[in-house]
Design a protein. Structure first.
Length: 332
């Protein structure tokens, strides 16, 4: 099959966030999948908010042209996500006996692509290096422009503000939204980049638009791989991840399921992707196949216990509309 020309049916369309992230997935996952099956993978790049909106609009209109898209793990647990994606419970049953896969590797809302962190990054130099969100709020000691994300799930910025204001890790949720915005008022004039896409956070660092920022570890690792002077701190990190979601009415549904299965069934594929992106794959066997250098960039057991924060997905989803309204009113 792989040796004959692909037809219109021998394809699958996936929505992703573009740039270095997509290039890593193409090299490690999409291209090997095509070689093994003859099914071409077409990638459509968009922001996370645009992908969610596009998926919802396609399902509502009955004109679905994508098959799968990558959604954040928190959003994948929401009612809005379930309205536009297919329940994968039956599909996931076949992976429940794979001992190398994490218990949450395949769930109703999608298959786990990878886990990573949203964290504090900084431009390395001979000056003291910031480690905590309180350091982010101290431009006197750690000078330079600041960068924060500005998209449809602002909880991570509000959470960072509360930690900078002295809230303890285990008392973070539910978020004290009023207090968070008061703290954000203190740093607003130092923010030189409000990024909307992972690529924008990368380009902003390349162009010197900021020296300390809140971005995704996968993007930070890609910049380090390119030789850029970037460091990061797990003392200021939130555990996040992406899921592979199947859109209701997907025109190439069976091909999409094959693409998802190919990811879950192949630890080497997962390892190759996470070697590039510094992510944690769903398979323990994949972790063992990753390079020693990549494994060293993962948080230690002590860092996970003491510093890495698992966000309260249920609270975030229940308050998503309020958070976004308050955020839009403030950031304008």
């Amino acid at each position: 099959m792989a040796n004959r020309p692909a037809t219109a049916e021998d394809r699958v369309v996936i929505g992703s966030t573009g740039g270095a992230y997509d290039r890593a997935l193409k090299e490690a996952w999409f291209d090997p999948f095509t070689r093994a099956t003859g099914i071409e993978v077409t990638v459509v790049s968009a922001t996370n908010a645009e992908m969610r909106a596009k998926a919802a609009a396609m399902v509502k209109s009955g004109n679905v042209t994508w098959d799968v898209y990558l959604d954040g793990e928190i959003q994948a647990a929401s009612d809005a996500h379930r309205e536009v994606t297919e329940d994968l419970t039956t599909f996931c049953a076949r992976f429940s006996t794979k001992v190398d896969l994490a218990s949450n590797a395949c769930e109703a809302g999608g298959a786990l692509l990878q886990s990573t962190a949203t964290l504090l990054v900084y431009r390395t130099s001979d000056r003291p290096e910031p480690e905590t969100w309180a350091d982010m709020w101290n431009p006197g000691k750690y000078p330079g422009g600041r960068a924060f994300p500005n998209f449809d799930d602002p909880w991570r910025v509000l959470a960072a503000a509360l930690l900078a204001d002295g809230v303890k890790k285990d008392e973070l949720f539910p978020l004290d939204v009023d207090r968070a915005f008061r703290k954000l008022d203190e740093i607003r004039n130092d923010v030189t980049l409000w990024w909307r896409t992972g690529d924008q956070s990368v380009q902003g660092f390349r162009d010197g638009e900021y020296d300390v920022g809140q971005i995704w570890l996968t993007r930070a690792k890609a910049m380090r791989n390119d030789g850029l002077p970037i460091g990061w701190s797990y003392k200021a990190s939130f555990l996040v991840g992406d899921r592979i979601a199947l859109i209701k009415g997907a025109p190439h549904r069976e091909n999409a399921l094959k693409l998802i299965a190919f990811w879950l069934d192949n630890p080497a594929v997962q390892a190759n992707a996470c070697d590039i992106l510094s992510c944690t794959p769903p398979s323990t066997e994949a972790i063992s196949l990753m390079s020693e250098a990549s494994r060293k960039t993962m948080p230690t057991t002590a860092e996970i216990k003491d510093s890495v924060i698992v966000p309260d997905a249920a609270w975030i989803n229940a308050n998503a509309a309020m958070l976004l309204q308050r955020w839009n009113d403030w950031v304008r």
